[in-house]
Design a protein around this ligand. Structure first.
Ligand code: UD1
Length: 427
């Protein structure tokens, strides 16, 4: 069980290069199954969720070559099997994108119910509704979702809820369907646009991605493509929050500032100085922040994936901040851990009330999910003393080299390897 050990209280300073977007990569990698030739993907983040995705493709028979740390060549023409290995699929939420791609490729798909972060109830009813609208049938037995269709036929689909995952699966399942598919009340996140751009580069005909109506005209033949994945807005936002929390001065590089507007504007509101450039943002922290309220919402609202990191930041603000979680049922599983560090936070349902304190103190804490882990790192960086963070495999699912990048910014953070509770030799 590996841990991060943080000796807090160091101001972060310097520049950090942001990696490719996790949530775009985990949609685009399964989408290579649809290509008519090899795909070369650049700016692929080197994170565990991507490793699992590539492993799934390999086990299904694809030729996957890692050309360098952030470039992968995938040739999926040898995939003959529409079944995703059970144990692999269970390890990550986005494995359900293979439902959409395999259904399109084989008119049949068999994938286990998805895993991923435990953020409360995460049904897949909207995914199933869209497969059904496209004339597929499904069954769920022993934890496996099986879908098949004689022929996929374009359809008009209205999502009852704005959902990233179902919007992506609907795109993946309709790109080769007969005729026109119209998705209404679609999600608008940057990774939806990125997936549409990738599919269009293969030859798909998708219009309107990034708005709430997406039109997809089925195209039969696709080519391969070379494609560069967008930068990760949540990784960038996490370093921005960490810079502010440590009263630091950090420039996040290689980003699209437009994707970070809700974060930039909140940081400015509480008193951080934020300077925007073409492909970077500089955050200069203040000694103490003003209180604020925030509510997470689908894009372009404040992203739920940044809520825990902002909670950590606001534990040290002046006065009472109120955070409302507008997307998931249970996204406050880091609060008990922040309390161990001296934070004053109470939770009632989807609302957290944070009474700002003067200081946090380091403590042993445990990570419950990916962004909760980022929040605990931010708290540890800004706390006095040593914070020991357990459960960092959650963090490594979605952040590339986080300890290394933080060390380059001046943080005192080390990764320690433990085997069954005993610290491994040489680490
Ligand atoms: C994706 C992101 C995740 C992010 C979330 C919201 C990936 C791999 N993960 O997750 O990082 O936090 O978007 O921006 O891209 N819902 C239903 N029925 C469905 C599907 C979803 O009720 O069939 C609900 C969910 O329970 C949740 C809300 O809709 O309350 C939004 O979920 P969704 O946007 O689908 O999130 P994910 O795609 O799982």
């Amino acid at each position: 069980m590996d841990k991060y050990i943080i000796n807090g209280g160091k101001r972060l300073r310097g520049g950090v290069q942001i990696s490719g977007a996790k949530n775009a990569a985990v949609a685009i990698i399964p989408a290579t199954v649809l290509a008519g030739g090899p795909c070369v993907l650049e700016n692929v983040p080197n994170i565990n969720d991507v490793t699992i995705d590539l492993q799934i493709l390999r086990e299904m028979g694809a030729d996957v070559r890692v050309l360098d740390k952030s470039t992968v060549r995938i040739d999926a023409k040898h995939i003959r099997d529409a079944v995703v290995p059970y144990e692999m699929a269970r390890r990550m939420r986005a494995s359900y994108y293979f439902l959409g791609t395999l259904l399109t490729k084989f008119n049949h798909a068999k994938v286990s119910m998805p895993g991923g972060c435990d953020l409360g109830d995460r049904p897949i009813d909207q995914h199933l509704k869209c497969f059904k609208s496209l004339s597929a049938n499904y069954s769920i037995e022993r934890g496996i979702v099986e879908i098949s269709a004689d022929k996929l036929i374009g359809s008009q689909i209205y999502f009852d809820k704005v959902t990233v995952g179902a919007t992506i699966n609907a795109m993946l399942a309709s790109v080769k369907a007969d005729g026109l598919t119209i998705l209404e009340n679609a999600a608008k996140e940057p990774h939806i646009v990125d997936l549409a751009n990738f599919l269009n580069s293969l030859g798909a005909d998708i219009m309107g991605a990034g708005t709430d109506v997406i039109k997809i005209r089925g195209v039969k033949a696709f080519s391969g493509a070379n494609y560069t994945i967008i930068p990760d807005q949540i990784e960038a936002g996490t370093y921005m929050a960490a810079a502010a929390a440590t009263k630091g001065d950090v420039t996040v590089n290689g980003i699209i500032p437009k994707h970070l507007e809700p974060i930039t504007s909140k940081l400015r509101k509480i008193g951080a100085k934020v300077e925007e450039f073409d492909e970077s943002i500089r955050v200069i922290g203040a000694d103490r922040y003003e209180r604020t309220n925030l509510k997470t919402m689908p894009h372009p609202g404040f992203p739920t994936d940044m809520q825990p990191q902002f909670a950590a930041l606001l534990t040290l603000a002046k006065g009472t901040s109120i955070l409302t979680e507008g997307v998931f049922d249970n996204r406050f599983r880091y609060v008990d851990e922040l309390r161990r560090m001296g934070a004053d936070v109470s939770v009632d349902g989807k609302v957290a009330v944070i009474e700002g304190v003067e200081r946090l103190t380091g403590a042993p804490v445990k990570v419950a999910d990916l962004r909760a882990g980022a929040a605990l790192i931010i708290a540890g960086l800004s706390a006095d003393g040593v914070t020991e963070i357990e459960g960092i495999h959650h963090i490594e699912r979605g952040y590339e080299d986080m300890d290394l990048k933080l060390r380059e910014l001046g943080a005192d953070i080390t990764k320690r390897r433990y085997t069954d509770g005993i610290r491994a030799a040489g680490e």
